[in-house]
Design a protein around this ligand. Structure first.
Ligand code: HEM
Length: 243
């Protein structure tokens, strides 16, 4: 069994196969993550999102899911770096030829660059929300506070833009590696990959954009909790005495 895995990892097609499978699983995670995060916009004060985060944290299977998720990321990144290095060592000229013939789109040429940017973003992101202390008002308030500064928003926007470019090429390339390649379906798969990448990038970008541009829209998360009870009705001016 161990020998089979070792042989699979030694062969470049084996590495590509595992990279495709782990990449598709990570796309699945991103769709679920985005759907969960969109609850920040639901309701008045981010309660829906906070309740969702609490339910997740109380689930006894969470530590297991986190280990599996970390393993997926580590495997995908290690395989990606290994493949990129092997390709560069083996065929530096072929890369230039392909590039000069315009057979690769900007996304495919920049897979390594966008992958590394997403990796740096991911490290910052996990420190932001899993390591640094949370805002006392809850996770929704923490998200808004972190993203509502120009630097915070810029980091997240660059990260999700790189993610979009990465996924644009990644989706159709993974399916091709897995053998889903047919003149009739490939154009549709490419369009689907582009739509998916755009949807995820725009969806994730909505959090820094909303936090920065319309703080009240999301900051209700923190402010409704802080505002306390409704203010008392204004005291009416005494009626003028009748003449
Ligand atoms: C830009 C918008 C994003 C926001 C607002 C956001 C928000 C969050 C929050 C609040 C958490 C902590 C969840 C909790 O502790 O219950 C989290 C965790 C995480 N996020 Fe994001 N996220 C964003 C984008 C991304 C992207 C683009 C990726 C991947 C490339 C990603 C990967 C992760 C991972 C791996 C975790 C840790 C999961 C865990 O340990 O349970 N996030 N995110």
């Amino acid at each position: 069994m161990v020998q089979r895995w070792a042989a699979l990892l030694r062969a470049s097609i084996g590495r590509k196969l595992l990279m495709s499978l782990t990449g598709l699983a990570l796309i699945g995670y991103l769709i679920v993550h985005l759907a969960g995060n969109l609850q920040i916009f639901a309701g008045e004060g981010g309660e829906a999102f906070d309740a969702y985060a609490r339910a997740l944290e109380e689930n006894p299977l969470l530590p297991l899911a986190e280990v599996a998720l970390a393993a997926l990321f580590v495997a995908h990144i290690a395989l990606g770096l290994r493949t990129a290095l092997a390709n560069r060592e083996a065929r530096p000229r072929r890369y230039k030829e392909l590039a000069s013939h315009g057979r690769r789109n900007p996304a495919s040429m920049s897979m390594l660059v966008t992958g590394v940017i997403v990796l740096v973003f991911l490290v910052i992101h996990v420190i932001d929300f899993r390591i640094l202390p949370r805002h006392p008002e809850g996770l929704a308030a923490t998200v808004v506070r972190r993203l509502a500064t120009p630097v915070g928003a810029a980091i997240y926007l660059v990260g999700v833009a790189a993610l979009g470019l990465h996924l644009w090429h990644a989706f159709q390339s993974s399916l091709q590696t897995l053998g889903v390649n047919h003149p009739r379906y490939t154009p549709a798969i490419k369009k689907l990959g582009f739509a998916l990448a755009l949807l995820l990038a725009v969806g994730f970008a909505s959090f820094p954009v909303a936090s920065l541009a319309w703080p009240d829209l999301v900051r209700k998360a923190g402010e409704s909790a802080r505002a306390g009870p409704e203010p008392a009705a204004p005291i009416e001016a005494p009626a003028e005495p009748a003449r």
